[in-house]
Design a protein around this ligand. Structure first.
Ligand SMILES: NC(=O)c1ccc[n+]([C@@H]2O[C@H](COP(=O)([O-])OP(=O)(O)OC[C@H]3O[C@@H](n4cnc5c(N)ncnc54)[C@H](OP(=O)(O)O)[C@@H]3O)[C@@H](O)[C@H]2O)c1
Length: 325
């Protein structure tokens, strides 16, 4: 069994990791570190785990685990690794933004690999340190990577993506308070969202000469989980050629599904799937993508990366049931 540790145990992505790892046939949870709830039963915070988890939050780490997941806010992963030492064999999967950019991918000799299994499988399989992609960044890249790989990005890309409230983490803010968020929609960080850097880095890895802008408007939705993205740009391919391109690109990707019918969030919420849909309107291609921000956008993707790092089938422990209704 793979022994695992979780840091930032009270948060949303940590809770989602617990839900997956408890049922993972090849992994065992060794410790769940918490700065605010040490000594308390895990099920007293992640209350849906009643009857499934009798662990308590730990005040100390176990430095010899096989893999540790850092479920911390941006900047705190770097700080945590500066202050805590794991054994040489311990693999690290970081869910924050700290090591995603090539310019920040090395931390004191630890070289982080960008953990998007659909494009980085070989490097993840041999890597020891993974920078798990952002949630918006995942949904948007699934929509655009096949075009970049085929050198088909020529003009600006316009992106609109609406996210559930769990994307903002467990801490209460004015914009995540029920009274404000319920029955409400708003935009934030228009054109400046922090995920643009990692998206651009990876698209231009495939198509280095594409230097046009990405116009990204993130939207706060009034639902708890899921990200629905629409992206459009100029494209000369016909619709049937686009479907062929996307189906070929994702043919070995068990979680990405290209749908000829329009897609919706209920297909993917509570699963590790991404669904994509393509439409051609005159000279524009419109790509829709949907993922669960906490699963394919975070903890599911992290477990998919763990599976690859330990030589397991990618889908191990990740065949989940959609909520559907
Ligand atoms: N939420 C998503 O949909 C999503 C998707 C993709 C990526 N991410 C990224 O994943 C990371 C975790 O996100 P999250 O949504 O789980 O956040 P979260 O709900 O805010 O949880 C973060 C946890 O980190 C711990 N923590 C807080 N401040 C700390 C500090 N100064 N030093 C050490 N630990 C601290 C706390 O746990 P304890 O009190 O138990 O220590 C807190 O609950 C973030 O970097 C986020 O951007 C999130």
């Amino acid at each position: 069994m793979i022994t695992t540790g979780i840091i930032g145990g009270s948060g949303y992505t940590a809770g989602e990791l617990l839900r997956i790892l408890i049922h993972h046939p090849e992994a065992k949870i060794d410790f769940v570190f918490s700065t605010t709830n040490a000594g308390k039963p895990i099920a007293s915070v992640h209350t849906d785990l009643i009857g499934e988890c009798d662990l308590t939050f730990a005040a100390e780490i176990s430095p010899n685990v096989d893999v540790v997941f850092l479920c911390l806010g941006h900047g705190n992963s770097t700080k945590f690794l500066d202050e805590h030492q794991f054994s040489k064999h311990t693999k690290i999967i970081d869910l924050s933004q700290d090591f995603r950019l090539n310019t920040h991918a090395n931390h004191k000799g630890k070289q982080f690999v960008y953990g998007l299994p659909e494009t980085q499988k070989a490097a993840i399989t041999t890597g020891n340190y993974i920078a798990n992609p952002g949630c918006f960044a995942s949904g948007i890249q699934f929509a655009l990577l096949p075009l970049a790989k085929a050198q088909l990005l020529h003009e600006a890309v316009h992106i609109n993506a609406i996210t559930g409230s769990t994307g903002a983490g467990v801490g209460l803010k004015p914009s995540s308070h029920f009274s404000w968020r319920n029955n409400n929609v708003s935009i934030y960080k228009a054109f400046t969202h922090q995920h643009l850097g990692e998206i651009k880095q990876n698209l231009t890895h495939f198509q280095p000469d594409w230097q046009e802008p990405m116009h990204f408007i993130p939207v706060r939705g009034n639902f708890p989980r899921g990200i629905f993205t629409t992206a459009y740009t100029a494209c000369s391919l016909a619709e049937n050629e686009l479907y062929e391109l996307y189906n070929t690109f994702y043919k070995d990707c068990p979680f990405v599904h290209v749908s000829e019918s329009p897609i919706h969030l209920k297909q993917i919420v509570n699963t590790n799937k991404c669904v994509l849909h393509l439409e051609k309107h005159n000279d524009l291609v419109l790509i829709s993508s949907a993922i669960d921000n906490l699963l394919k956008g975070a903890s599911g993707q992290a477990v998919q990366n763990m599976n690859l790092m330990f030589g397991l089938p990618e889908t191990c422990g990740l065949t989940l049931k959609a909520n559907a209704f």
